[in-house]
Design a protein around this ligand. Structure first.
Ligand SMILES: Cc1cc2nc3c(=O)[nH]c(=O)nc-3n(C[C@H](O)[C@H](O)[C@H](O)COP(=O)(O)OP(=O)(O)OC[C@H]3O[C@@H](n4cnc5c(N)ncnc54)[C@H](O)[C@@H]3O)c2cc1C
Length: 468
């Protein structure tokens, strides 16, 4: 069912590559290395995709608002990646029309929206479904609950909705189809020693508290927003803080309370954007952009002020719907791994491009970027490793479809019977009940679609987990 400890008899104790971090970037690195036949291990301190990569706005997108900061290369790269994943993993993401309402007196007037949307289509090499602009009557037909006062119309453009945790998991499952790949969740890198060109890693199973060690020739950090926290104390690497961590929170609301059929992009007066995205029988609302509180790092939750910020903007844009805190189904929060731009602390203006660092020739770190661009991020860190190993690197290897599907796919019904639960427990690296409920089943409505009689099977799965 779950991974045996890595130091159990017969288990490999040396790897060509060890990747720290099992979010989307670590997963992308593992898959790329595995498809190139390099033996590689990826570890995560918690469950795979349980941190930032399971707490995103769940969009594969070019990032319409990065046009305002002139990040055209990033938008173009992201749009191409979005359109690639729509082809490679159509069961995990789908295209949706996003409505961007335009109001009289807004800081983003109609001409600006029209120009931005034309540019967006151009930067996708016209692979995007083309945008259109609606007048106010058609906008209200599509979104009848939207505030009418001063409404001029809406820009309609196309991005993708993705189940972020599931895509990360399936990238890992695809890597594990290659015998040279290995992945361990709940395995923390505590420390490492440098012995010439080799790294001696000290690891801990965070559930059993078992400590063990292994060695590697190449150590790659895909620890996203947690990187400075781990590397700052390493004086031997001369690491200086590189991140400008930015917390973002989301709410799930019931579709009956927020009845919209299309994703809407709200543009409050503070210059931010808030996405309101119907999916999986509920509506996802986010996000915020705030600094971290002292001590906040892993497993974050939204603050009261973030929740009320999102709710008050919803009330402003959908004044006829009576939404309150009591309607919230659940909430989640994550940290954007933004890279510092000199002394600037303006998080909303910080670039979303990624950066690779090489504190030593065989110790690489990748920061920044977006969920959408994980494949090219992984390529930029892996390419130099392959060169040093003297092995050919094929840029197109990762453009193949995923080979192993998870038992529960996100957007259809959730046929969760005893057989499905058993298959998940045996094949999907489940080690805690929250792994099972939040990421392997992963529906926002508790109980949604679960077959009658399966509650007993769930309880049995829970019993198996606690007696591990
Ligand atoms: C609110 C919000 C909304 C976003 N929305 C979008 C969006 O819609 N689309 C998009 O493209 N991007 C979005 N992003 C950005 C995107 O989510 C991130 O860029 C991406 O998920 C980062 O992935 P990662 O693998 O680098 O980090 P993570 O997913 O955080 O993975 C890093 C992992 O490292 C592990 N780790 C840390 N220290 C150790 C250690 N010592 N030992 C072992 N493991 C360790 C952690 O447990 C963690 O799982 C959003 C980000 C936020 C915060």
């Amino acid at each position: 069912m779950s991974e045996k400890p890595v130091n159990s008899p017969g288990r490999q104790s040396h790897y060509t590559i060890v990747i720290i971090g099992g979010g989307i970037v670590g997963a992308g690195l593992l898959r790329d290395a595995a498809l190139h036949g390099v033996d590689a291990l990826m570890i995560d301190k918690f469950d795979f995709s349980s941190q930032t990569s399971g707490a995103s706005s769940k969009m594969l997108h070019g990032g319409i608002r990065y046009l305002e900061t002139f990040e055209f290369d990033l938008v173009s790269e992201s749009l191409h990646e979005k359109n690639l994943w729509l082809k490679l993993a159509p069961h995990l993401c789908y295209e949706h029309s996003f409505h961007l309402p335009i109001y009289k007196g807004s800081t983003r007037p109609p001409w600006m929206i029209k120009t931005a949307l034309s540019l967006y289509d151009l930067l996708s090499s016209f692979e995007n479904t083309p945008h259109r602009v609606l007048n106010s009557v058609d906008t209200l037909k599509a979104l009848p609950h939207l505030r009418q006062a001063r409404l001029q119309g809406a820009g309609v453009y196309y991005d993708a909705v993705v189940e972020d945790a599931k895509l990360t998991l399936e990238i890992i499952y695809d890597a594990l189809e290659e015998p040279c790949a290995k992945a361990l969740n709940y395995t923390e890198l505590l420390d490492f020693e440098i012995h010439g060109d080799r790294y001696h890693l000290k690891l801990r199973d965070t559930l059993t508290q078992e400590h063990f060690e292994l060695t590697t020739d190449n150590l790659l950090f895909a620890t996203g927003p947690f990187t400075d926290h781990f590397l700052n104390p390493r004086t031997d690497l001369h690491w200086s803080p590189k991140l400008l961590p930015s917390k973002g929170s989301h709410l799930w609301l019931p579709k009956e309370k927020l009845p919209i059929e299309y994703p809407v992009v709200l543009t409050p007066n503070d210059g931010r954007v808030i996405f309101v995205i119907p999916q999986r029988g509920a509506v996802l609302v986010g996000t915020t952009e705030v600094t971290l509180e002292e001590g906040e790092l892993f497993n974050l939750t939204p603050s009261e002020s973030e929740v009320s910020y999102l709710l008050s903007n919803l009330k402003d844009f959908f004044p006829t719907l009576s939404l309150s805190v009591d309607d919230i189904i659940s909430t989640f929060a994550g940290i954007r791994p933004l890279v510092r731009d000199g002394e600037s602390t303006n998080r909303s203006k910080a670039a979303r491009t990624h950066q690779c660092y090489w504190p030593r020739h065989n110790l690489g770190v990748i920061l920044g970027g977006k969920y959408t661009t994980f494949r090219v991020m992984a390529q930029d860190l892996l390419r130099p490793v392959m060169k040093r190993l003297g092995r050919p690197y094929d840029e197109n290897k990762t453009k193949q479809s995923l080979r192993r599907r998870s038992v529960i796919t996100p957007f259809g019904p959730c046929p969760l019977g005893r057989a499905e639960l058993q298959a998940i427990m045996e094949n999907e690296h489940v080690r805690t009940l929250s792994d099972l409920l939040e990421r392997r089943i992963g529906h926002p409505h508790p109980g949604l679609g679960i077959q009658e009689g399966s509650v007993q099977a769930l309880l049995e799965a829970h019993r198996d987990l606690v007696t591990l």
